[in-house]
Design a protein around this ligand. Structure first.
Ligand SMILES: Cc1cc2nc3c(=O)[nH]c(=O)nc-3n(C[C@H](O)[C@H](O)[C@H](O)COP(=O)(O)OP(=O)(O)OC[C@H]3O[C@@H](n4cnc5c(N)ncnc54)[C@H](O)[C@@H]3O)c2cc1C
Ligand code: FES
Length: 283
């Protein structure tokens, strides 16, 4: 796999490019959004948007895989949403504006944007799972006329645990776009269904035989939602997800991410539901 943004003459795919943090937004108690740009700003002109995640280095601590939540229209900067989970994510959470990280990527197979055209679309993001699906939501809304009805479901324990709250509110104002919330605990901030995502599906009024879906949640919840979507008339090949596993190189070399016969970093992390069912049962 090529590493597109490393510039001519620089062939070391393990060498990160330096990026400078320009803004940090606290999304929830455990999740922060980082806005950053390459220190060498000319790299943004050469950047080719064809992947699903980056490898981000906290120097001296380690490197982690983080999804792309932005669309190709973001030209001079990047943003990433990072949940505090362990040592590398904690080190990034402790960073301040002006601090530097390393970036390698983009890597992996992204969502098949072209295949979603002319279809109704349902996109479900649970917790930090709204980050990997946001890339498609933004892109679809930037080209609204190419798609049918659009439904976005944000799911979390509480309203405060949702990321991109302002986006969810503004997307709901776009014609023929519905944003729904499935929360475990009620809130007075938005009208929300208290319970499972699945409960919302039967009343969405989508043309299920011509609908494409993306679900980013725990594997258990993905399967539960997908089963109901199949019952409503969808095909497994029209239901997509982006899966997470432990990764290192991100480019199909180290074998760290191998699950069954698949290298999650190059064969995925995006899979359709039929492909997901061929993976070992933990997925
Ligand atoms: C393709 C891909 C995209 C991702 N996108 C995002 C994103 O947009 N935002 C985000 O916050 N996180 C994302 N993750 C998860 C992120 O990579 C892990 O949270 C991170 O590697 C944890 O590193 P750490 O050193 O902080 O924690 P560690 O100290 O390594 O681990 C802390 C805990 O998290 C678990 N863990 C570590 N890595 C993973 C992983 N990859 N999947 C599941 N559990 C893990 C460990 O088992 C342990 O229980 C993504 C992962 C992948 C593979
Ligand atoms: S992370 Fe190294 S092969 Fe996938």
């Amino acid at each position: 796999m090529e590493n597109h943004n490393h510039g001519e003459g620089c062939e070391n795919v393990y060498l990160p490019q330096i990026a400078v943090i320009t803004d940090i937004i606290e999304e929830t108690k455990k999740i922060k959004r980082f806005i950053l740009h390459y220190e060498d700003k000319s790299l943004h002109d050469k950047f080719v948007f064809d992947g699903q995640f980056f490898e981000i280095t906290a120097f001296g601590v380690g490197e982690i895989a983080i999804s792309i939540p932005f669309s190709p229209s973001l030209k001079d900067s990047f943003e990433f949403v990072i949940k505090k989970a362990g040592k590398v994510t904690e080190a990034i959470h402790n960073m301040k504006v002006g601090d530097k990280v390393g970036l390698r990527g983009p890597f992996g197979k992204g969502f098949p944007y072209e295949e979603f055209k002319k279809k109704d679309v349902i996109i479900v993001g649970s917790g930090v799972g709204l980050a990997p699906v946001r890339t498609m939501i933004v892109r679809i809304l930037e080209n609204r006329e190419d798609f049918g009805k659009v439904v976005v479901i944000g799911s979390a324990m509480t309203y405060e645990d949702l990321i991109y709250k302002d986006d969810l509110i503004s997307w709901n104002k776009v014609e023929d776009v519905r944003v729904l919330y499935a929360l475990s605990n009620p809130t007075d901030r938005v009208e929300a269904h208290v319970g499972y995502i699945n409960d919302l599906l039967p009343d969405l009024g989508l043309n299920w035989e011509n609908t494409a879906a993306i679900i980013c949640a725990s594997p258990r919840r993905i399967k539960a939602v997908a089963k109901d979507l199949l019952k409503l008339g969808m095909k497994g090949t029209d239901i997509y997800t982006s899966l997470e596993t432990h990764m290192r190189c991100g480019i199909g070399k180290c074998g760290h991410c191998k699950v069954g016969s698949k290298y999650m970093c190059v064969d995925g992390p995006v899979f359709n539901y039929n492909e997901m069912l061929e993976l070992p049962p933990e997925f």
